[in-house]
Design a protein around this ligand. Structure first.
Ligand SMILES: *[C@@H]1O[C@H](CO)[C@@H](O)[C@H](O)[C@H]1NC(C)=O
Ligand SMILES: *[C@@H]1O[C@H](CO)[C@@H](O)[C@H](O)[C@H]1NC(C)=O
Length: 167
């Protein structure tokens, strides 16, 4: 008598098919979410700007970060990983990216915020490339889904400039 085993197997296959289908629908329905995240970052103050003993320029500044990332959350979103980066050009590299701050946003309720913060990670460059350097501040996000693939995007804020002189 194979019939019990056979039926249990058929039932399991059926359940797995339904589960796979639900996962597909979950991640597909994410594609129909057109999020409209917004962010603004101001540089409030250059706290200091110095040449370090190792010869590298290093700067510390305070940012006012305002963001509304609530529309990135769907029922399939587990959490967001976000980071703010300074992006600038040097003669050696067309894109230098320095991560300044990051956070994990665990829920939609926490996805709308503003606060003032100094860069958490060091903003440093080799040589004296940074004096008077124009840079962009970008807010990057990675949307970690419960199922399906991770999405990543960013908002760019341009037109920042480092001081000409050390202070
Ligand atoms: C920081 O951003 C908030 C929200 O956008 C704004 O209300 C506040 O005035 C800003 N602070 C400064 C010092 O610019
Ligand atoms: C800064 O932003 C501007 C405008 O979006 C862009 O044209 C430029 O390439 C950016 N610079 C860097 C280094 O990414």
């Amino acid at each position: 008598m194979h019939s019990f085993g056979y039926r249990a197997n058929a039932l399991l296959t059926y359940a797995l098919t339904i589960l796979a289908l639900m996962c597909t629908i979950a991640s597909l329905s994410d594609n129909f979410n057109f999020p409209s995240p917004s962010a603004e970052i101001q540089v409030l103050n250059f706290n200091w700007f110095q040449k370090q003993p190792d010869g590298n320029d290093e700067v510390s500044f305070t940012m006012n970060i305002t963001a509304d990332l609530q529309s990135l959350f769907t029922w399939n979103t587990k959490q967001l990983f976000i980071f703010v980066a300074a992006e600038y050009e040097t003669p050696q590299n067309s894109l230098n990216q320095v991560s300044l701050w990051d956070a994990i946003i665990p829920a939609k309720e926490h996805a709308k915020f503003w606060f003032q913060i100094a860069n958490k990670y060091r903003f440093t460059d080799q040589g004296s490339n940074l004096r008077g350097k124009e840079f962009n501040l970008t807010l990057h996000w990675h949307v970690m889904p419960k199922t399906g693939k991770m999405l990543a995007d960013k908002l760019v804020m341009s037109g920042f400039r480092l001081p000409e002189e050390y202070r």
